[in-house]
Design a protein around this ligand. Structure first.
Ligand code: CP3
Length: 349
């Protein structure tokens, strides 16, 4: 077949080509700040029900693209579908954040399924196929998974908490058992991402939300090494697979991440100094980020100024505009529109 592929600015940027106006999408762009999402969520009942009903999940994926014309859609799902598919109980109570049955000891970890049940994740792959049929041709579809470390922190503690102490403690007290859990997550995530690519995603993002709580040695062992393995094993089966890494909160350890983890792009949180980031990230690696979600929440001239600074700071680099973490639920829709006008109207300085 000699089909002409439409140009997707996001993929151009991921492949290292500087775009006159940077492509833009937002982490958590489908979510509670959108009235149409809240209506859909009520219709679905529970959050996992929404993730596992392909027609509804596809609709949630498309809503922000329809409203704002973003350059990418991100698959509507959650990183915690993997623990669910390993047989752990996962619940999302409205406003409470996720609750899992905590893994307190070796026995509870051994008790999980040896492998991710990919039949249980079939609705996710079906969502991808549905979205692909409906997405405007210039819009990329991004799949994702959580990094093994971040997923493990929720599995061990049963929830997110300051410093993610329970997982760090287990990793120190019983590294062998913790390592088995990480290995299972690596293997499951590789298969999960490969199946997402085969269903049609253009790129994937690996979310390491809790990368920043580890000391240097543990960072190397539990963040860098597992994500390296995922990149290598996914690309062995899907050559050239485009991967974005999001190691949140790692500060100066960014240097080691970009040196050792072969991602196409690194997504920066808002705390990182842009000059430092520029000096550490190889020219060939695309930068994504790094607007503070609170700046988007505040809006006004603070927002304009920060958008300008980001555009200016990364103007000569392959760059994707995004937040430094997920959009906050109270963010006015008008602030997102203002941000987009600023990015697309002014372009890079
Ligand atoms: O729009 C998108 O970004 C796509 C869908 C998506 C969700 N979660 C939907 C969601 C993605 C990519 C995620 C990733 C995710 N989930 C991460 C990594 C990124 C990050 O934000 O740090 C993490 C740590 C999770 C786990 C998780 N899921 C938490 C901690 C919470 C509660 C906090 C919150 O924001 O509500 C969720 C719930 C969740 N995941 C919601 C959405 C839209 C809100 C659920 C609701 O509708 O009540």
């Amino acid at each position: 077949m000699n089909e002409i592929q439409p140009v997707k600015p996001l993929l151009e940027a991921l492949d290292g080509r500087v775009q006159p106006i940077p492509p833009v999408w937002l982490m958590r762009q489908a979510g509670r700040y959108l009235p149409e999402y809240r209506a859909l969520r009520r219709r679905a009942g529970g959050f996992l029900e929404l993730c596992f009903k392909p027609e509804l999940a596809a609709e949630a994926t498309l809503q922000p693209v329809r409203r704002f014309g973003f350059d990418a859609s991100i698959l509507f799902s959650d990183i915690l579908v993997i623990p669910h598919a390993l047989g752990q109980r996962v619940e999302f109570d409205t406003g409470e954040g996720p609750r899992l049955e905590p893994l307190t000891d070796t026995a509870s970890i051994e008790h999980l399924r040896a492998q991710v049940d990919h039949d249980a994740l079939e609705p996710v792959y079906e969502t991808i196929r549905l979205v692909k049929q409906m997405l405007p041709p210039a819009v990329a579809l991004i799949g994702f998974c959580g990094a093994p470390w971040t997923v493990a922190t929720y599995m061990v503690a049963g929830r997110g908490m300051e410093g993610q102490v329970p997982a760090r403690r287990l990793a120190l007290e019983d590294a062998a058992t913790f390592g088995k859990l990480i290995d299972r997550l690596v293997t499951g995530s590789v298969e999960y991402l490969v199946r997402q690519f085969r269903a049609g995603v253009d790129a994937v993002q690996i979310f390491d939300t809790w990368a920043g709580v580890l000391g240097p040695r543990e960072f190397e062992r539990w963040c860098i090494a597992p994500v390296q393995r995922i990149c290598r094993d996914v690309r062995a089966r899907c050559p050239g697979a485009r991967i974005i890494g999001f190691p949140r909160g790692i500060g100066t350890a960014l240097s080691r991440y970009v040196e050792q983890v072969p991602v196409h792009a690194v997504s920066l949180d808002w705390t990182i100094d842009r000059g430092f980031a520029r000096s550490q990230i190889p020219q060939a690696m695309t930068i994504q980020g790094n607007l503070d979600p609170v700046v988007l929440l505040a809006g006004g001239s603070a927002l304009d100024q920060e958008v300008d600074d980001i555009l200016h700071g990364f103007a000569d680099r392959p760059f994707i505009f995004n937040l430094g973490h997920g959009i906050l639920p109270d963010t006015p829709v008008g602030h997102v529109e203002r941000m987009l006008r600023r990015i697309r109207g002014a372009g890079p300085a």
